[in-house]
Design a protein around this ligand. Structure first.
Ligand SMILES: [Zn+2]
Length: 104
């Protein structure tokens, strides 16, 4: 299953203090407000910036096993973005105003 954990090294790449990080993230946000949708009940500690930055600043709760499944959608999108076919720059919306010209 694409985006699944079956062949992922993700779990083994978690730091040895992962449990302490989870506990700290829980203390900081005891209602587990989902950082994606803003509603309570997030059940997964998400890396807000995908990768191996396990600092508490980069960790927050998101819905994974329960609706609206914010974390699953985010992870799937990250997986798709990592695929070579998806590595072209996003097209600019044709209705956007021209960006301001950069100085320097
Ligand atoms: Zn959510």
């Amino acid at each position: 299953m694409p985006g699944g954990w079956k062949n992922s090294t993700r779990r083994s790449r978690l730091p040895p203090n992962w449990r302490a990080l989870r506990a700290a993230a829980h203390r900081r946000n005891p209602g587990h407000l989902c950082h994606i949708c803003g509603r309570p009940g997030g059940d997964a500690l998400d890396h807000k910036q995908a990768g191996d930055n396990h600092s508490l600043d980069n960790l927050d709760w998101a819905h994974d096993q329960m609706p609206p499944y914010c974390h699953r959608y985010k992870s799937a999108a990250e997986g798709n973005a990592a695929r070579p076919s998806a590595r072209r720059p996003p097209e600019r919306h044709p209705g956007l105003l021209d960006p301001p010209t950069e100085r320097n």
